[in-house]
Design a protein around this ligand. Structure first.
Ligand code: GTP
Length: 447
Protein backbone atom coordinates (compact mmCIF):
# COMPACT_ATOMS: atom_id res chain seq x y z
CA UNK A 1 0.00 0.00 0.00
CA UNK A 2 1.29 3.47 -0.72
CA UNK A 3 0.49 6.67 1.12
CA UNK A 4 -1.20 8.14 -1.93
CA UNK A 5 -4.45 9.92 -1.25
CA UNK A 6 -6.87 9.68 -4.19
CA UNK A 7 -6.78 12.75 -6.38
CA UNK A 8 -9.85 14.95 -6.18
CA UNK A 9 -11.72 16.08 -9.20
CA UNK A 10 -12.90 19.66 -9.03
CA UNK A 11 -16.67 19.71 -8.80
CA UNK A 12 -18.66 20.74 -11.87
CA UNK A 13 -20.82 23.88 -11.70
CA UNK A 14 -24.23 23.21 -10.15
CA UNK A 15 -22.80 20.26 -8.23
CA UNK A 16 -24.71 19.71 -5.00
CA UNK A 17 -22.28 18.82 -2.23
CA UNK A 18 -22.55 15.45 -0.52
CA UNK A 19 -21.76 14.73 3.10
CA UNK A 20 -21.04 11.63 5.17
CA UNK A 21 -20.50 11.13 8.91
CA UNK A 22 -18.17 9.16 11.15
CA UNK A 23 -18.78 8.35 14.81
CA UNK A 24 -15.57 7.54 16.72
CA UNK A 25 -16.22 4.95 19.41
CA UNK A 26 -12.73 3.85 20.54
CA UNK A 27 -12.38 0.32 21.83
CA UNK A 28 -12.11 -1.88 24.90
CA UNK A 29 -8.87 -0.26 26.09
CA UNK A 30 -10.68 3.12 26.16
CA UNK A 31 -13.52 4.03 28.49
CA UNK A 32 -11.58 2.91 31.56
CA UNK A 33 -12.89 5.88 33.49
CA UNK A 34 -16.38 4.55 32.77
CA UNK A 35 -15.70 1.51 34.93
CA UNK A 36 -17.36 -0.30 36.61
CA UNK A 37 -20.23 0.20 34.13
CA UNK A 38 -18.05 -0.49 31.07
CA UNK A 39 -17.16 -3.90 32.53
CA UNK A 40 -20.57 -5.08 31.37
CA UNK A 41 -21.38 -2.93 28.35
CA UNK A 42 -19.17 -0.94 25.95
CA UNK A 43 -19.54 2.73 26.87
CA UNK A 44 -21.12 3.81 23.52
CA UNK A 45 -23.96 1.32 24.11
CA UNK A 46 -24.70 2.40 27.69
CA UNK A 47 -28.26 3.74 28.03
CA UNK A 48 -28.62 7.42 28.84
CA UNK A 49 -32.11 8.97 28.76
CA UNK A 50 -33.48 5.64 27.53
CA UNK A 51 -31.14 5.31 24.51
CA UNK A 52 -27.57 4.13 23.97
CA UNK A 53 -25.09 7.04 24.10
CA UNK A 54 -24.18 6.49 20.43
CA UNK A 55 -27.84 6.67 19.38
CA UNK A 56 -28.01 10.32 20.48
CA UNK A 57 -25.17 11.06 18.00
CA UNK A 58 -26.75 8.99 15.24
CA UNK A 59 -30.14 10.53 15.69
CA UNK A 60 -28.64 14.05 15.27
CA UNK A 61 -26.83 12.89 12.11
CA UNK A 62 -30.05 11.48 10.62
CA UNK A 63 -31.61 14.93 10.86
CA UNK A 64 -29.16 16.26 8.24
CA UNK A 65 -31.08 15.36 5.06
CA UNK A 66 -28.06 15.09 2.75
CA UNK A 67 -26.25 12.45 4.87
CA UNK A 68 -26.91 8.98 3.51
CA UNK A 69 -23.90 7.10 4.82
CA UNK A 70 -22.55 6.85 8.37
CA UNK A 71 -19.57 4.88 9.68
CA UNK A 72 -18.94 3.82 13.23
CA UNK A 73 -15.15 3.60 13.55
CA UNK A 74 -13.53 1.81 16.47
CA UNK A 75 -11.57 -1.24 17.54
CA UNK A 76 -14.23 -3.17 19.42
CA UNK A 77 -15.01 -6.64 18.14
CA UNK A 78 -17.27 -6.72 15.04
CA UNK A 79 -20.09 -8.30 17.04
CA UNK A 80 -20.39 -5.40 19.52
CA UNK A 81 -22.42 -3.06 17.30
CA UNK A 82 -24.25 -5.73 15.26
CA UNK A 83 -27.59 -5.46 17.06
CA UNK A 84 -27.40 -1.70 17.31
CA UNK A 85 -26.80 -1.45 13.54
CA UNK A 86 -29.67 -3.85 12.84
CA UNK A 87 -32.07 -1.84 15.02
CA UNK A 88 -30.88 1.46 13.55
CA UNK A 89 -31.46 0.19 10.00
CA UNK A 90 -35.13 -0.25 10.92
CA UNK A 91 -35.39 3.10 12.64
CA UNK A 92 -33.48 5.10 10.01
CA UNK A 93 -34.07 3.25 6.73
CA UNK A 94 -32.73 6.14 4.62
CA UNK A 95 -29.23 5.80 6.16
CA UNK A 96 -26.56 3.21 5.48
CA UNK A 97 -24.74 2.50 8.76
CA UNK A 98 -21.57 0.37 8.86
CA UNK A 99 -19.01 -0.54 11.48
CA UNK A 100 -15.36 -0.21 10.42
CA UNK A 101 -12.98 -1.97 12.76
CA UNK A 102 -9.43 -0.81 13.33
CA UNK A 103 -7.13 -3.78 13.95
CA UNK A 104 -5.80 -1.84 16.93
CA UNK A 105 -6.17 1.68 18.31
CA UNK A 106 -5.02 4.05 15.58
CA UNK A 107 -6.09 7.29 17.27
CA UNK A 108 -8.88 9.68 16.39
CA UNK A 109 -7.19 10.68 13.10
CA UNK A 110 -5.39 7.39 12.36
CA UNK A 111 -8.72 5.53 12.17
CA UNK A 112 -10.13 8.06 9.69
CA UNK A 113 -7.04 7.75 7.54
CA UNK A 114 -7.03 3.97 7.63
CA UNK A 115 -10.59 3.91 6.30
CA UNK A 116 -10.20 6.79 3.86
CA UNK A 117 -11.18 4.66 0.85
CA UNK A 118 -14.54 3.84 2.43
CA UNK A 119 -15.09 7.46 3.43
CA UNK A 120 -14.06 8.79 0.01
CA UNK A 121 -16.15 6.30 -1.98
CA UNK A 122 -18.68 8.22 -4.09
CA UNK A 123 -16.48 11.33 -3.88
CA UNK A 124 -18.16 13.17 -0.97
CA UNK A 125 -17.18 16.80 -0.43
CA UNK A 126 -17.09 16.73 3.34
CA UNK A 127 -17.82 14.60 6.37
CA UNK A 128 -18.72 15.07 10.01
CA UNK A 129 -16.69 13.42 12.75
CA UNK A 130 -18.38 13.00 16.13
CA UNK A 131 -16.74 11.71 19.30
CA UNK A 132 -19.25 9.20 20.63
CA UNK A 133 -18.58 10.20 24.23
CA UNK A 134 -19.99 13.69 23.88
CA UNK A 135 -23.40 14.81 25.10
CA UNK A 136 -24.70 17.90 23.32
CA UNK A 137 -27.42 19.12 20.99
CA UNK A 138 -25.13 18.47 17.96
CA UNK A 139 -25.96 21.60 15.90
CA UNK A 140 -24.79 19.93 12.68
CA UNK A 141 -27.02 22.05 10.42
CA UNK A 142 -25.45 25.25 11.81
CA UNK A 143 -21.98 23.78 11.30
CA UNK A 144 -22.83 23.04 7.66
CA UNK A 145 -24.10 26.60 7.15
CA UNK A 146 -20.91 28.10 8.61
CA UNK A 147 -18.85 25.73 6.45
CA UNK A 148 -20.62 26.96 3.33
CA UNK A 149 -20.72 30.65 4.28
CA UNK A 150 -16.98 30.70 4.92
CA UNK A 151 -16.03 28.31 2.14
CA UNK A 152 -14.28 26.46 4.95
CA UNK A 153 -11.98 23.45 4.90
CA UNK A 154 -12.79 22.56 8.51
CA UNK A 155 -15.29 23.59 11.16
CA UNK A 156 -15.03 22.64 14.84
CA UNK A 157 -17.81 22.90 17.43
CA UNK A 158 -16.70 24.92 20.45
CA UNK A 159 -18.22 25.83 23.81
CA UNK A 160 -17.17 28.47 26.28
CA UNK A 161 -16.27 27.59 29.86
CA UNK A 162 -16.44 30.02 32.78
CA UNK A 163 -12.68 30.63 32.70
CA UNK A 164 -9.58 30.00 30.62
CA UNK A 165 -8.14 28.31 33.71
CA UNK A 166 -10.88 25.65 33.70
CA UNK A 167 -10.40 25.21 29.95
CA UNK A 168 -6.83 23.93 30.33
CA UNK A 169 -8.23 20.40 30.89
CA UNK A 170 -9.60 20.46 27.32
CA UNK A 171 -8.52 21.36 23.81
CA UNK A 172 -8.41 25.17 23.67
CA UNK A 173 -9.33 27.29 20.67
CA UNK A 174 -8.15 30.85 20.07
CA UNK A 175 -10.37 32.40 17.43
CA UNK A 176 -11.14 35.70 15.77
CA UNK A 177 -14.41 36.80 17.40
CA UNK A 178 -15.50 38.59 14.24
CA UNK A 179 -14.61 36.12 11.47
CA UNK A 180 -14.83 32.96 13.65
CA UNK A 181 -11.58 31.80 12.18
CA UNK A 182 -9.50 29.48 14.36
CA UNK A 183 -6.15 31.16 14.87
CA UNK A 184 -4.57 28.74 17.29
CA UNK A 185 -5.39 25.33 18.80
CA UNK A 186 -3.65 23.73 21.78
CA UNK A 187 -4.71 20.47 23.43
CA UNK A 188 -4.72 20.79 27.25
CA UNK A 189 -2.36 23.81 27.34
CA UNK A 190 -0.03 24.20 30.30
CA UNK A 191 -1.20 27.75 30.91
CA UNK A 192 -4.57 29.35 30.11
CA UNK A 193 -4.97 30.65 26.56
CA UNK A 194 -8.74 30.72 25.95
CA UNK A 195 -12.02 29.72 27.54
CA UNK A 196 -13.33 28.35 24.22
CA UNK A 197 -12.90 24.57 24.08
CA UNK A 198 -13.15 21.72 21.59
CA UNK A 199 -16.50 19.86 21.81
CA UNK A 200 -15.28 16.82 19.81
CA UNK A 201 -17.54 17.48 16.81
CA UNK A 202 -15.99 18.41 13.46
CA UNK A 203 -16.84 18.94 9.80
CA UNK A 204 -13.94 18.37 7.42
CA UNK A 205 -13.56 18.87 3.70
CA UNK A 206 -12.29 15.59 2.24
CA UNK A 207 -9.75 17.54 0.20
CA UNK A 208 -8.18 19.05 3.32
CA UNK A 209 -8.22 16.47 6.07
CA UNK A 210 -6.58 13.45 4.46
CA UNK A 211 -3.53 15.36 3.18
CA UNK A 212 -3.22 16.91 6.66
CA UNK A 213 -3.25 13.50 8.33
CA UNK A 214 -0.84 12.23 5.72
CA UNK A 215 1.59 15.07 6.53
CA UNK A 216 1.32 14.21 10.23
CA UNK A 217 2.11 10.55 9.47
CA UNK A 218 5.05 11.65 7.38
CA UNK A 219 6.40 13.86 10.18
CA UNK A 220 5.99 10.94 12.57
CA UNK A 221 7.79 8.49 10.33
CA UNK A 222 10.64 10.91 9.79
CA UNK A 223 11.43 10.93 13.50
CA UNK A 224 14.75 9.24 14.40
CA UNK A 225 13.06 6.14 15.84
CA UNK A 226 11.88 5.17 12.40
CA UNK A 227 15.10 5.60 10.42
CA UNK A 228 14.88 1.88 9.71
CA UNK A 229 11.85 2.62 7.49
CA UNK A 230 13.27 5.28 5.23
CA UNK A 231 11.61 4.77 1.85
CA UNK A 232 8.41 6.53 0.95
CA UNK A 233 6.89 3.27 -0.38
CA UNK A 234 6.95 1.64 2.99
CA UNK A 235 6.03 4.69 5.07
CA UNK A 236 2.57 3.32 5.51
CA UNK A 237 3.63 -0.20 6.34
CA UNK A 238 6.03 1.19 8.92
CA UNK A 239 3.22 3.33 10.26
CA UNK A 240 0.89 0.38 10.64
CA UNK A 241 3.26 -2.51 11.31
CA UNK A 242 4.87 -1.60 14.61
CA UNK A 243 4.51 -3.84 17.61
CA UNK A 244 1.75 -2.96 20.04
CA UNK A 245 2.70 -1.99 23.57
CA UNK A 246 1.21 -3.43 26.75
CA UNK A 247 -2.05 -1.49 26.39
CA UNK A 248 -2.61 -3.05 22.98
CA UNK A 249 -1.77 0.34 21.48
CA UNK A 250 1.41 1.43 19.83
CA UNK A 251 1.76 5.06 20.82
CA UNK A 252 4.05 5.58 17.82
CA UNK A 253 1.24 4.55 15.47
CA UNK A 254 -1.51 6.56 17.06
CA UNK A 255 -2.37 9.78 15.22
CA UNK A 256 -4.79 12.02 17.06
CA UNK A 257 -6.83 14.87 15.66
CA UNK A 258 -6.43 16.80 18.89
CA UNK A 259 -2.66 16.57 19.29
CA UNK A 260 -1.38 16.00 15.77
CA UNK A 261 -3.77 17.70 13.33
CA UNK A 262 -5.90 20.57 14.66
CA UNK A 263 -3.08 22.96 15.46
CA UNK A 264 -1.73 22.53 11.92
CA UNK A 265 -5.16 23.22 10.47
CA UNK A 266 -5.27 26.45 12.48
CA UNK A 267 -1.91 27.50 11.01
CA UNK A 268 -2.55 26.71 7.40
CA UNK A 269 -6.19 26.10 6.55
CA UNK A 270 -9.60 27.72 6.31
CA UNK A 271 -10.54 26.51 9.79
CA UNK A 272 -13.54 28.00 11.63
CA UNK A 273 -15.31 27.49 14.96
CA UNK A 274 -19.03 27.37 15.63
CA UNK A 275 -19.57 28.36 19.24
CA UNK A 276 -22.61 26.59 20.71
CA UNK A 277 -24.52 28.23 23.55
CA UNK A 278 -26.50 25.05 24.09
CA UNK A 279 -25.53 22.31 26.55
CA UNK A 280 -22.33 20.27 26.24
CA UNK A 281 -20.76 17.61 28.45
CA UNK A 282 -18.27 14.82 28.00
CA UNK A 283 -19.22 11.32 29.10
CA UNK A 284 -15.91 10.11 30.53
CA UNK A 285 -16.44 8.87 34.10
CA UNK A 286 -19.34 6.55 34.93
CA UNK A 287 -20.80 9.32 37.11
CA UNK A 288 -20.90 11.73 34.16
CA UNK A 289 -23.74 9.62 32.70
CA UNK A 290 -26.06 11.21 35.32
CA UNK A 291 -25.68 14.85 34.18
CA UNK A 292 -25.75 13.64 30.54
CA UNK A 293 -29.00 11.80 31.30
CA UNK A 294 -30.44 15.01 32.78
CA UNK A 295 -29.42 17.10 29.76
CA UNK A 296 -30.82 14.68 27.17
CA UNK A 297 -34.06 14.25 29.14
CA UNK A 298 -34.47 18.02 29.41
CA UNK A 299 -33.90 18.37 25.69
CA UNK A 300 -36.43 15.61 24.92
CA UNK A 301 -38.92 17.33 27.25
CA UNK A 302 -38.49 20.67 25.45
CA UNK A 303 -38.85 19.10 21.99
CA UNK A 304 -42.40 18.53 20.81
CA UNK A 305 -41.59 15.40 18.77
CA UNK A 306 -39.91 13.58 21.68
CA UNK A 307 -41.91 14.90 24.65
CA UNK A 308 -44.49 12.12 24.20
CA UNK A 309 -41.80 9.46 24.86
CA UNK A 310 -41.48 10.70 28.45
CA UNK A 311 -43.73 10.07 31.47
CA UNK A 312 -46.61 12.50 31.87
CA UNK A 313 -46.26 14.85 34.85
CA UNK A 314 -48.42 14.11 37.89
CA UNK A 315 -48.27 14.54 41.65
CA UNK A 316 -45.64 11.77 41.67
CA UNK A 317 -43.83 12.44 38.40
CA UNK A 318 -41.67 15.55 38.25
CA UNK A 319 -40.56 15.88 34.63
CA UNK A 320 -38.48 14.99 32.83
CA UNK A 321 -38.72 11.27 33.56
CA UNK A 322 -38.31 8.36 31.15
CA UNK A 323 -39.91 5.03 32.05
CA UNK A 324 -39.47 2.05 29.74
CA UNK A 325 -42.85 0.56 28.80
CA UNK A 326 -41.93 -2.80 30.38
CA UNK A 327 -40.93 -1.26 33.75
CA UNK A 328 -43.35 -1.24 36.66
CA UNK A 329 -43.50 1.83 38.88
CA UNK A 330 -45.88 1.80 41.85
CA UNK A 331 -48.31 4.71 41.68
CA UNK A 332 -47.20 5.93 45.12
CA UNK A 333 -43.48 6.09 44.15
CA UNK A 334 -42.23 9.61 43.39
CA UNK A 335 -39.84 10.04 40.45
CA UNK A 336 -37.96 12.99 39.01
CA UNK A 337 -36.65 15.23 37.89
CA UNK A 338 -34.08 13.70 35.56
CA UNK A 339 -34.72 10.00 36.05
CA UNK A 340 -34.52 7.14 33.51
CA UNK A 341 -35.98 3.75 34.35
CA UNK A 342 -34.93 0.83 32.14
CA UNK A 343 -36.69 -2.30 30.87
CA UNK A 344 -38.39 -4.58 33.43
CA UNK A 345 -37.27 -2.47 36.42
CA UNK A 346 -39.63 -2.57 39.41
CA UNK A 347 -40.05 0.43 41.69
CA UNK A 348 -41.93 -0.23 44.93
CA UNK A 349 -44.51 1.78 46.86
CA UNK A 350 -43.33 5.01 48.44
CA UNK A 351 -39.90 4.89 46.80
CA UNK A 352 -38.26 8.23 45.92
CA UNK A 353 -35.93 8.52 42.92
CA UNK A 354 -34.30 11.70 41.67
CA UNK A 355 -31.37 12.50 39.29
CA UNK A 356 -30.70 8.84 38.60
CA UNK A 357 -30.38 6.07 36.02
CA UNK A 358 -32.10 2.81 36.90
CA UNK A 359 -30.99 0.07 34.51
CA UNK A 360 -32.66 -3.13 33.28
CA UNK A 361 -34.18 -5.56 35.78
CA UNK A 362 -33.38 -3.42 38.84
CA UNK A 363 -35.62 -3.75 41.86
CA UNK A 364 -36.11 -0.81 44.21
CA UNK A 365 -38.19 -1.95 47.17
CA UNK A 366 -40.77 0.11 49.04
CA UNK A 367 -39.79 3.40 50.67
CA UNK A 368 -36.20 3.28 49.37
CA UNK A 369 -34.54 6.51 48.29
CA UNK A 370 -32.22 6.82 45.27
CA UNK A 371 -30.61 10.22 44.59
CA UNK A 372 -27.74 11.17 42.24
CA UNK A 373 -27.04 7.53 41.51
CA UNK A 374 -26.83 4.78 38.90
CA UNK A 375 -28.33 1.40 39.72
CA UNK A 376 -26.66 -1.30 37.59
CA UNK A 377 -28.40 -4.16 35.78
CA UNK A 378 -30.38 -6.50 38.07
CA UNK A 379 -29.30 -4.70 41.24
CA UNK A 380 -31.60 -4.66 44.27
CA UNK A 381 -32.18 -1.84 46.72
CA UNK A 382 -33.87 -2.93 49.97
CA UNK A 383 -36.83 -1.36 51.72
CA UNK A 384 -36.11 1.99 53.44
CA UNK A 385 -32.52 1.87 52.05
CA UNK A 386 -30.80 5.02 50.74
CA UNK A 387 -28.44 5.04 47.74
CA UNK A 388 -27.23 8.56 47.23
CA UNK A 389 -24.60 10.82 45.78
CA UNK A 390 -24.06 14.55 46.20
CA UNK A 391 -25.34 17.25 43.84
CA UNK A 392 -22.71 19.19 41.90
CA UNK A 393 -23.38 22.42 39.97
CA UNK A 394 -24.73 21.78 36.45
CA UNK A 395 -21.88 23.90 35.09
CA UNK A 396 -19.24 21.69 36.70
CA UNK A 397 -17.44 19.35 34.30
CA UNK A 398 -16.13 17.17 37.11
CA UNK A 399 -17.91 14.27 38.80
CA UNK A 400 -15.62 14.12 41.80
CA UNK A 401 -15.88 16.10 45.01
CA UNK A 402 -13.71 16.46 48.09
CA UNK A 403 -15.17 14.91 51.25
CA UNK A 404 -13.18 14.98 54.50
CA UNK A 405 -10.12 15.93 52.45
CA UNK A 406 -10.51 12.89 50.17
CA UNK A 407 -11.51 12.95 46.50
CA UNK A 408 -14.64 10.81 46.00
CA UNK A 409 -17.25 10.36 43.29
CA UNK A 410 -20.23 12.69 43.54
CA UNK A 411 -22.46 10.02 41.96
CA UNK A 412 -23.05 6.71 43.73
CA UNK A 413 -22.76 3.78 41.34
CA UNK A 414 -23.88 0.21 41.81
CA UNK A 415 -22.50 -2.04 39.07
CA UNK A 416 -24.27 -5.16 37.85
CA UNK A 417 -26.18 -7.36 40.33
CA UNK A 418 -25.37 -5.51 43.54
CA UNK A 419 -27.67 -5.79 46.53
CA UNK A 420 -28.25 -3.14 49.19
CA UNK A 421 -29.89 -4.48 52.35
CA UNK A 422 -33.05 -3.06 53.93
CA UNK A 423 -32.41 0.27 55.71
CA UNK A 424 -28.75 0.38 54.58
CA UNK A 425 -27.31 3.75 53.52
CA UNK A 426 -24.79 3.92 50.64
CA UNK A 427 -23.32 7.37 50.15
CA UNK A 428 -20.82 8.54 47.50
CA UNK A 429 -19.65 5.02 46.75
CA UNK A 430 -18.67 3.06 43.67
CA UNK A 431 -19.64 -0.55 44.09
CA UNK A 432 -18.17 -3.25 41.83
CA UNK A 433 -20.37 -6.04 40.36
CA UNK A 434 -22.06 -8.69 42.54
CA UNK A 435 -21.42 -6.96 45.89
CA UNK A 436 -23.82 -7.26 48.76
CA UNK A 437 -23.97 -4.28 51.11
CA UNK A 438 -25.29 -5.12 54.55
CA UNK A 439 -23.99 -2.10 56.48
CA UNK A 440 -23.86 1.66 55.88
CA UNK A 441 -20.96 2.80 53.69
CA UNK A 442 -19.72 6.23 52.64
CA UNK A 443 -16.97 7.57 50.36
CA UNK A 444 -15.63 4.16 49.40
CA UNK A 445 -14.92 2.03 46.37
CA UNK A 446 -16.35 -1.35 47.29
CA UNK A 447 -14.34 -4.14 45.66
P1 GTP B 1 -8.79 11.48 27.10
O1 GTP B 1 -9.99 12.35 27.02
O2 GTP B 1 -7.57 12.14 26.54
O3 GTP B 1 -8.58 10.88 28.44
O4 GTP B 1 -9.00 10.20 26.15
P2 GTP B 1 -10.31 9.44 25.79
O5 GTP B 1 -10.00 8.12 25.18
O6 GTP B 1 -11.26 9.38 26.94
O7 GTP B 1 -10.98 10.30 24.74
P3 GTP B 1 -10.40 10.95 23.42
O8 GTP B 1 -10.69 12.39 23.57
O9 GTP B 1 -9.03 10.49 23.11
O10 GTP B 1 -11.38 10.28 22.38
C1 GTP B 1 -12.42 10.98 21.79
C2 GTP B 1 -13.34 9.99 21.12
O11 GTP B 1 -12.62 9.23 20.16
C3 GTP B 1 -13.98 8.99 22.05
O12 GTP B 1 -15.28 8.74 21.60
C4 GTP B 1 -13.10 7.78 21.92
O13 GTP B 1 -13.84 6.60 22.14
C5 GTP B 1 -12.66 7.87 20.47
N1 GTP B 1 -11.32 7.33 20.26
C6 GTP B 1 -10.22 7.54 21.02
N2 GTP B 1 -9.17 6.86 20.50
C7 GTP B 1 -9.62 6.22 19.40
C8 GTP B 1 -9.01 5.34 18.45
O14 GTP B 1 -7.85 4.99 18.53
N3 GTP B 1 -9.79 4.90 17.43
C9 GTP B 1 -11.11 5.25 17.33
N4 GTP B 1 -11.81 4.79 16.31
N5 GTP B 1 -11.72 6.05 18.21
C10 GTP B 1 -10.98 6.54 19.24
Amino acid sequence: MSLQVPTFRSKPPGHSPSTKAVILVGGPSRGTRFRPLSLDVPKPLFDVAGHPIIEHCLSAITKVPEIKEVFIVGYYDESVFRDFIKDSAKEFPHISLKYLREYQALGTAGGLYHFRDAILKGNPDRFFVLNADVCCSFPLGEMLRLFEDKDAEAVILGTRLSSAEAATNFGCIVSDAHTKRVLHYVEKPESPISSLINCGVYLFSTECIFPSIRSAIKRRTERPRLVSYPSSENLESSFYAEQADDDGEDKQEVIRLEQDILSDLADSRQFFVLETRDFWRQIKTAGSAVPANALYLQKAWQTESTRGDLAQPSANIIPPVYIHPSAHVDSSAKLGPNVSVGPRARIGAGARIKEAIVLEDVEVRHDACVLYAILGWSSKVGAWARVEGTPTPMTSHSTSIIKNGVKVQSITILAKECAVGDEVRVQNCVCLPYKELKRDVANEVIM
